[in-house]
Design a protein. Structure first.
Length: 337
C-alpha cells in the first residue's frame, strides 16, 4: 500500500506537477542574481514554471484528445447520441462533451448542429454545459496542481451540473424558444469517410497547432495574473474577500468570473494562486466554472441560437448549480484538502 502511495505522489509531483522543472527554473533565476523568495524572483519563477508546464501538458493532451475525437465527428456523434433516451441520453451527451472543444464559444456550433439534427433540447444543453466546463485535459491539469481528489471532484460535479441542467431544460419543454432557423434546418445524413491512422495523427497534430494558437494568449494572461496574485497581493486580502470569513465569497467569484473569457487552461493558474493565498476551495471551483461556462462571449453567441427566455433559464440553471457547488465544497473543505 505504501509503495502505491509513493508511486501516486511521484506521478503527481514529478510527472504531472513537474516539480523538477520548478527546481530547475528556481536555480536559473538564482543564477541571474534574483532571489526566488523575493517578489520579482518569485513572479518570474511562477510565470516560467506554470507557462512551460501547462504548455507541455496542453500540447500532449490536445494531441491525445484530438486523436480520440477523430473517431467522433459531428454526424457520428449525433448518431451515437440518438441511440440513448431519457437520463441516459443526458449522461452520454455530458460525457461526449469531455472529448470536444476546449472553450464555450467553440462548443456552440456543435450545439447548433446537434439541435438542428433533431436531438432533444435537454440532451444538447447537457453537451453545451459539459464541453467547456470539464474535459480530459482539465482532469490531468487539475491533478498536476491540486491533486487527484480535487480533480476528480471538479470533473464529477461539472458532469452532474450538465446532466441535471439538461434534464431540467428537457422537462420544461422549451423547444419553441429555439430560433426558427435552427428548428427548421434540414438533417443531412452523409456517409462518413474512414480515416487511416496516419490521417488521424495528422489531424491530431493540426489540432494541437490550431488550438494552442487560440488558447496561448489566455494561458499567458492567466499565468501572469496568477503570478501577481501569488507574489504581490497580500494573503490577508484574499482571505478577507474569498476566504471563510466572507459568506458572499462564492457569489463574488461567480460575478467576477462571468465577464472573463478563458478556457480551463487559462483559469487554472489563477485558481492555483487564489487557493495558495487562502481562498476557499468551493469559491475557487465556482470561479473556474463561471469563467469557462458563463463567459459573456458565450452568452452573446448563444443568444443567436436561442430566444431570451431559454437563454435566461440556461444562465440561471448554470449559475445556481455553480453557486450550490461552491457553498457545498466550502462547507466540506476540511475533508477534501
Amino acid at each position: 500500500m505504501q509503495w502505491l502511495q509513493a508511486a501516486g505522489r511521484l506521478i503527481q509531483e514529478q510527472v504531472l506537477g513537474m516539480e523538477w522543472l520548478n527546481v530547475l527554473i528556481g536555480r536559473g533565476v538564482s543564477a541571474l542574481g534574483l532571489d526566488p523568495a523575493s517578489r520579482w524572483g518569485g513572479s518570474i519563477q511562477f510565470f516560467l514554471y506554470d507557462t512551460i508546464k501547462i504548455t507541455l501538458l496542453l500540447c500532449l493532451l490536445i494531441f491525445m484528445i484530438s486523436y480520440i475525437q477523430s473517431y467522433f465527428p459531428p454526424e457520428r456523434s449525433r448518431r451515437l447520441l440518438g441511440r440513448f433516451h431519457g437520463l441516459g441520453a443526458n449522461m452520454a451527451s455530458a460525457l461526449l462533451g469531455t472529448v470536444t472543444p476546449f472553450c464555450s464559444c467553440s462548443s456552440i456550433p456543435l450545439f447548433i448542429g446537434f439541435t438542428s439534427a433533431g436531438l432533444p433540447l435537454g440532451v444538447t444543453f447537457s453537451f453545451l454545459i459539459s464541453s467547456p466546463m470539464v474535459d480530459l485535459g482539465s482532469l490531468i491539469l487539475l491533478t498536476s496542481i491540486f491533486g487527484g481528489k480535487i480533480a476528480v471532484i471538479y470533473v464529477a460535479v461539472g458532469l452532474a451540473i450538465a446532466v441535471v441542467g439538461g434534464t431540467l431544460i428537457e422537462r420544461l419543454h422549451l423547444e419553441e424558444y429555439v430560433e426558427d432557423f435552427i428548428r427548421t434546418a434540414g438533417r443531412v445524413d452523409a456517409e462518413l469517410p474512414s480515416l487511416t491512422r496516419r490521417e488521424r495523427l495528422e489531424y491530431a497534430g493540426e489540432q494541437v497547432a490550431a488550438t494552442f494558437r487560440k488558447v496561448a494568449p489566455y494561458i499567458l494572461a492567466g499565468v501572469g495574473i496568477g503570478a501577481v496574485i501569488h507574489n504581490w497581493i497580500p494573503e490577508q486580502w484574499i482571505e478577507g474577500i474569498l476566504g471563510g470569513g466572507n459568506p458572499f465569497g462564492v457569489l463574488l467569484a461567480v460575478i467576477v468570473g462571468v465577464p472573463m473569457y478563458a478556457d480551463i487552461f487559462g483559469t487554472i493558474p489563477v485558481a492555483e494562486a487564489l487557493l495558495g493565498k487562502g481562498a476557499q476551495l468551493g469559491t475557487v471551483l465556482a470561479f473556474m466554472m463561471a469563467v469557462t461556462t458563463l463567459s459573456l462571449p458565450c452568452i452573446i453567441m448563444l443568444r443567436k441560437a436561442v430566444k431570451p427566455k431559454l437563454l435566461g433559464i440556461f444562465v440561471g440553471i448554470c449559475a445556481g448549480g455553480i453557486l450550490a457547488v461552491g457553498y457545498l465544497f466550502n462547507a466540506l473543505e476540511y475533508l477534501l484538502i
